[in-house]
Design a binder for this molecule. Sequence first.
Ligand code: 3AM
Length: 191
Amino acid sequence: MPSNGTDVQRLFFALWPDEAVRAALWHAAQGAAASTGRGRPTARENLHLTLAFVGSVAPATAACLRAGAARIRGEPFDLRLDTYGQFPRAGVMWLGSAEPPAALLSLAEALGGVLQACELDPPRASFHPHVTLWRRIALRRRVRAVPPAPAAPIVWPVREFVLVASKTHPEGVRYEVLERWPLRSGAGAEG
Ligand code: 3AM
């Protein structure tokens, strides 16, 4: 499968916040700022929760992924974001959920199946749902400086998932939502 060329796109499946949730995530990121040293915040418009990272793929594979995603029949759910954490080696601070809903884990698993069906490697690491708030946390602040839980948990009503293209511009990475699929009651994959 070709992995370079002008039509290749770098893709991932994600949950994409509405404006209210985005504002709350940004607020939570600001609240954690004192714990980061010279970390870099995720751009407000880029805040998201990755469900499955795809990588750079040719148009035929992107079409396969879209067709597979359209067959997913996941349950809508409310995601309670109540816990800060870090991936210390990566220097990342995130907001996550003490108890991720089963419907979220099922959705990520179904998308892993879509990747495999499109002859891509399924995600290697086990799925740890999180919203990256900061990167490049100062070394001496890692782990020790995880802030206490947000004052009020963010409750994210999740009713859809999206396919996102990651585009590198001179001013930084920008994410573009390419397509959205609703989560409808009635679990399981169609067809
Ligand atoms: O949502 P976060 O910020 O955790 O780190 C990248 C980002 O995750 C991750 O995919 C999301 C959108 O870019 N990512 C980037 N390259 C990756 C890779 N090779 C990767 N995840 C897994 N493998």
